[in-house]
Design a protein around this ligand. Structure first.
Ligand SMILES: [Zn+2]
Length: 857
C-alpha cells in the first residue's frame, strides 16, 4: 500500500503541479485581465480561498448579494425557496442598459412572437446563455466555479467583456439544489482533517444514507425538469421560459477515476425529437471546450458514456425547447482531495475545469451567436409544419371523477408553456362522448409541438436499446388520465382562451345530517380521512355500493366511499371539524338524511367497516433506496400529511414494533437483517401488523416466507436470453437487453378489491425499472393488479422480458395470521409524479384490514 501511495504522490508532483495551493480568484481566470477594484473578491467575503474549503450556501449567497450591490452589470433574482427555505437565486449578467430594459428584451424573444413575426431574422436580439451549477449537491465544484465566473463577468475591464455583455444576457444559477449542497458541505466539513487526506476510504468521501445529490426529500432534481414534482423545479421552470436560453450549461461531477466529459454524448442515443442541427451545434461548441482544456493539458472526452434521451434533465430539457443543453462532468474529488487512477485529484482542479468550460461556453456561444439564434427561430418555425405532417391534430384528455389529478396535469402542461383548451360543447369521438365539463384539448399546432410529443409519446422501438435513464415517461399514463389522438376536429368546439386553474368554489353542506359521505376517487381523500381519524371522528368505509338521495337527487356511491354516521360519534365538535376539514381539502361532502338507502347496503350494514388511526414506520438507512424512500415520504408526509417514522434498518432491532400499524419497505438490500430482526417482523405481522414491500423488499418478504408469492430467480431470467453466436463486442448490447431501465406497463386492476378502492377503470399503467418478476399467485384473490397479455405501453423492454411479464402479478396482497402483506415489483409513486398508482399506497395504509385473503398453506 505504501508503494502505491508513493506512486500517487509522484504522479501528483509531475502532472498536477498547479494544484498544490489554494488559489486566489485570479489564478482560476485568464491571465492579464484588469479587474475593477470595487468588486469584492470571493476570498475577501469568505475568509478563505476558493478551493481551500467547501463553501456553504449562505456564504455563496452572501458573496453574490454583495457583488450584486457593487456591480451595475448584475441583477439578482430570488426564484423561490427550497423545502428547507433556502433561497433559489439567479444572477442575470449583462450591460446596464440591457438590465434596465430586461422585461422588454425578454418579451420580444417570446416564442409566440417568433412564430408570427417572419420578417424579423432574430439576429438583433441578445443571445441568452444560462449556466447552471451543482444540481447534484455533492457535485460541488460547480457552485464554487460559479462565484469565480460571476466575479469575472462583474469585474473584468476588458473591452471584449463589455462587448459581450452588450449583446448577451448571461444567467447564472449558482446552486440548483441548495438543500443538497449544504447537506454535502456539512458532511465534508465535519469529516475532513486538518491535514489533507487523499485516501478514498476516508469517511469524508462517503456520505450517509441521504446524500447531497438529492434535495430535501431525496429526489434527484436532475430528473425533474419535465416532471415538475419538486418545488425547486417548479420555481425554476417559470424563469427558464422567461429567459428561453439559447445555450444552457449543466455542470456536474462523476466518479473520481474519470477525467472530464462534455457533450455531445453517444450519438445514437439522442432522442429523435431533438433536431440533428442541435448535435452539430453541440459539436461546434465542443471545439471551444477542447481548446480551453488542451491549453492546460487536461484530459477529457465526449461522445461516450452519457446520452441525450430523457428530457427531464438540465442538459436535455433545453433541447426540446429551442436551445442547446450541454452536460459537463468533472471527475469528483468528493471532498478536499482523492487519490485516483489519474493521480491526485484535488477540489481546486475540478473547480478550475468548470471555470474553463464555463468561459469556453460563453466564448463559443458568443462567436456563433447568429447560428444559435437562427437555430432557435427555426426550431419554433418548424412546429407548424411538423404538426401538419402528423396523422392527427391533437390530444383530448379527460377524467370524469378526480378533478384534482386532472388539474395537476393541466397545470404541468401550462408550466411547460403548452396551450390547453377547455371544450365548450360535448364531443363525440369513436363512439365515446367527451363531456365539456371534464375534457380538454391540446392542439399539436403550437410552438411547443415537440414538447407535447415528448410528454405524450409512447415510443417502444429505438435505434439504440441502452438507456442512461428511463426510456418511457408518458405523462398522462403516469397520471392515469384518459387521452386520445384526435384525427378529425370537425365538431370540436373550443374555448377562445387557454385553460387556467379555476378558483375554488366554496362548498356548503347541511349541518344536521344523519350521516356524511365522501367519495374515494378524489386524490386528496386519503388526506381528509387521515385528518378525521386523528380528530377521533368515527369513520366507516363502504365495502359494497349503494344509492341514496342527496339534496333531493339520486346518487350512486361506489365501494370505498367513506361514511361518517352521526350516531356513533364520540367527540363534541365532530361536525365542525369534519366540515372544516372537507372545505380545506376541497372535497365534496354529501349529507345523507336517513340510514335507509334506495338500493344497495343501508348505512347500518355490516358491510360498512370501521377504520382506525394508523401509525407508519418506513425502514430506511444505508442500503435502502433513498429515491424510493423519498417518493413514499413525499406522498404520505408532504402530500397527505401522514407523519412517517423513518427507522434505519440498523436500528430496527431496538424498536418496539407494536406501536406501529404499518411497516413500509422499499427497494434495498435487506440481506444484513439478523434472524432476530426477521423473527421480530414476522411475529409482528402475524399478530396483526401490515407490511408493504416494494421491489427487492417484496422479494425479501417472499424469501422469508412472509409473502407467499414466488419471484423468478436471477438464473431463470439469465437463461431466457439466447447468447449463441454473440461476439465480445455484443456484450454491452446484451446487458442493455437484460435491463429494464424504466418503462410503462399495462395492468388489469381488480377494482372490486379494497386495495383498489377509488379506481373506476380496470386499466392501470404501472412503472417498472427492474427485472424483478413475480409469478401469478396459486391462490385466488391474491393478485390485485395483473400484467395484461401484451403489457408494454411506453419505453424499451426486450420482448423476452415483456413475454415473461405478461399475465403475471404486479401487485399482490394476502393475510399473514392476523396481519396483512402487500407487495409489488413496480414503483408505485415513481419520481413524485406517478399519481396514477400512488393511491394503491394510501389504500394499503387505510384499507389493509378491510380485505381478508387467507393463504394458509
Ligand atoms: Zn450529476
Amino acid at each position: 500500500m505504501l508503494v502505491r501511495y508513493l506512486r500517487f504522490f509522484c504522479l501528483f508532483a509531475t502532472f498536477f503541479a498547479i494544484t498544490t495551493q489554494a488559489a486566489s480568484v485570479e489564478k482560476y481566470l485568464p491571465a492579464g485581465h484588469n479587474y475593477k477594484n470595487e468588486i469584492l473578491k470571493p476570498t475577501e467575503s469568505l475568509g478563505f480561498g476558493i478551493g481551500e474549503r467547501h463553501v456553504r450556501h449562505d456564504q455563496l449567497l452572501n458573496y453574490l448579494e454583495t457583488i450584486t450591490e457593487q456591480s451595475e452589470r448584475i441583477q439578482l433574482t430570488e426564484m423561490g425557496r427550497t423545502q428547507q427555505l433556502r433561497k433559489q437565486i439567479l444572477l442575470t449578467i449583462s450591460s446596464p442598459e440591457n438590465l434596465s430594459n430586461l422585461d422588454n428584451i425578454l418579451a420580444a424573444r417570446s416564442v409566440n412572437l417568433l412564430e408570427k413575426n417572419d420578417d424579423n431574422n432574430g439576429t438583433g436580439e441578445p443571445l441568452v446563455i444560462w449556466l447552471g451549477y451543482s444540481v447534484h449537491g455533492d457535485e460541488i465544484s460547480g457552485a464554487n466555479a460559479a462565484m469565480i465566473v460571476a466575479y469575472h463577468l462583474a469585474a473584468s475591464q476588458e473591452e471584449a467583456v463589455e462587448d459581450l455583455l452588450e449583446n448577451t444576457i448571461i444567467v447564472i444559477e449558482p446552486s440548483l439544489n441548495p438543500d443538497g449542497m449544504d447537506r454535502f458541505v456539512n458532511w465534508v466539513s465535519t469529516h475532513r482533517g486538518t491535514t489533507p487526506n487523499s485516501d478514498p476510504n476516508h469517511i469524508e468521501h462517503h456520505q450517509g444514507w441521504k446524500t447531497g445529490r438529492t434535495n430535501h426529500f431525496g429526489f434527484d432534481l436532475n430528473r425533474d425538469w419535465l416532471l415538475l414534482s419538486q418545488k425547486e423545479s417548479i420555481n425554476r421552470v417559470a424563469y427558464f421560459h422567461r429567459y428561453q436560453p439559447n445555450v444552457l450549461g449543466d455542470f456536474h461531477e462523476m466518479g473520481a477515476n474519470g477525467s472530464y466529459f462534455f457533450q455531445p454524448g453517444i450519438p445514437s442515443r439522442t432522442h429523435p425529437l431533438t433536431p440533428k442541427k442541435n448535435t452539430e451545434l453541440t459539436q461546434l461548441l465542443a471545439t471551444y471546450h477542447a481548446s480551453a482544456l488542451d491549453k492546460s493539458n487536461r484530459l477529457y472526452y465526449s461522445e461516450e458514456s452519457y446520452d441525450d434521451f430523457y428530457y427531464g434533465k438540465g442538459s436535455t430539457y433545453p433541447d426540446i425547447n429551442g436551445g442547446i443543453g450541454i452536460l459537463f462532468e468533472q471527475a469528483s474529488s468528493r471532498g478536499m482531495q482523492q487519490a485516483t487512477d489519474n493521480g491526485l485529484l484535488t477540489f481546486e482542479y475540478g473547480i478550475q475545469n468548470h471555470v474553463f468550460t464555463s468561459l469556453s461556453t460563453i466564448e463559443g456561444a458568443w462567436k456563433n451567436s447568429d447560428k444559435l439564434k437562427n437555430y432557435r427561430r427555426d426550431f419554433y418555425k418548424q412546429s407548424e409544419n411538423l404538426a401538419k405532417k402528423e396523422k392527427f391534430s391533437g390530444y383530448l384528455i379527460s377524467e370524469d371523477d378526480d378533478k384534482y389529478r386532472l388539474e395537476v396535469f393541466l397545470s404541468k402542461l401550462k408550466q411547460h408553456q403548452i396551450n390547453v383548451y377547455p371544450l365548450t360543447e360535448d364531443f363525440r369521438l369513436e363512439g365515446k362522448v367527451f363531456s365539456r365539463a371534464h375534457s380538454y384539448y391540446v392542439p399539436l399546432a403550437q410552438p411547443k409541438y415537440r414538447l407535447i410529443k415528448a410528454l405524450f409519446g409512447q415510443g417502444t422501438n429505438f435505434q439504440d436499446n441502452t438507456f442512461y435513464d428511463v426510456s418511457g415517461w408518458t405523462m398522462p399514463l403516469a397520471m392515469n388520465l384518459e387521452f386520445h389522438q384526435v384525427g378529425r376536429t370537425w365538431g370540436l368546439k373550443l374555448a377562445d382562451n387557454v385553460w387556467s386553474k379555476p378558483p375554488v368554489i366554496p362548498l356548503t353542506v347541511d349541518e344536521n345530517a344523519y350521516a356524511y359521505a365522501f367519495e374515494w376517487h378524489h386524490f386528496m381523500s386519503p388526506k381528509l380521512l387521515n385528518e378525521l381519524l386523528n380528530k377521533n371522528i368515527q369513520v366507516k368505509v363502504a365495502t359494497k355500493p349503494f344509492t341514496a338521495i342527496v339534496a333531493g337527487v339520486k346518487k350512486q356511491f361506489k365501494t370505498g366511499t367513506v361514511i361518517v354516521p352521526a350516531g356513533i360519534q364520540v367527540t363534541k365538535d365532530w361536525r365542525k371539524n369534519l366540515i372544516t376539514s372537507s372545505y380545506k381539502n376541497a372535497i365534496e361532502l354529501d349529507a345523507l338524511s336517513t340510514g335507509l338507502t334506495i338500493a344497495g347496503i343501508d348505512l347500518g350494514s355490516r358491510s360498512l367497516k370501521l377504520l382506525t388511526p394508523i401509525k407508519v414506520l418506513l425502514v430506511g438507512g444505508k442500503g435502502v433506496s433513498q429515491y424510493e424512500a423519498a417518493e413514499i415520504l413525499f406522498y404520505l408526509d408532504d402530500t397527505l400529511n401522514i407523519p412517517v417514522t423513518v427507522v434505519e434498518k440498523q436500528r430496527l432491532s431496538r424498536i418496539d414494533l407494536s406501536q406501529y400499524s404499518h411497516v413500509i419497505m422499499v427497494d434495498g438490500d435487506y440481506s444484513d437483517l439478523s434472524i432476530k430482526d426477521i423473527n421480530k417482523v414476522t411475529t409482528w405481522v402475524k399478530q396483526g401488523g401490515v407490511i408493504f414491500g416494494q421491489k427487492r423488499a417484496a422479494k425479501w418478504l417472499s424469501e422469508k416466507e412472509i409473502l407467499k408469492v414466488k419471484f423468478a430467480s436471477k438464473e431463470q431470467i439469465e437463461q431466457m436470453f439466447d447468447t449463441d453466436n454473440l461476439l465480445y463486442k455484443d456484450k454491452e448490447a446484451l446487458a442493455g437487453r437484460k435491463r429494464i431501465a424504466g418503462a410503462i406497463f399495462d395492468t388489469s386492476l381488480d377494482i372490486s378489491h379494497p386495495i383498489a378502492y377509488g379506481y373506476n377503470n380496470e386499466k392501470l399503467p404501472l412503472f417498472r425499472n427492474s427485472t424483478l418478476i413475480m409469478d401469478f399467485p396459486s391462490s385466488p384473490f391474491v393478485a390485485v393488479a395483473t400484467y395484461t397479455a401484451a403489457p408494454l405501453m411506453s419505453g424499451y423492454t426486450d420482448q423476452t422480458l415483456v413475454n415473461r411479464l405478461a399475465n403475471n402479478a404486479a401487485i399482490v396482497a394476502h393475510n399473514v395470521g392476523h396481519g396483512r402483506v402487500i407487495a409489488t415489483s413496480d414503483n408505485l409513486a415513481f419520481r413524485g409524479y406517478w399519481h396514477g398508482s400512488a393511491k394503491i399506497l394510501a389504500n394499503s395504509v387505510f384499507f389493509a384490514k378491510v380485505f381478508s385473503t387467507p393463504m394458509d398453506k
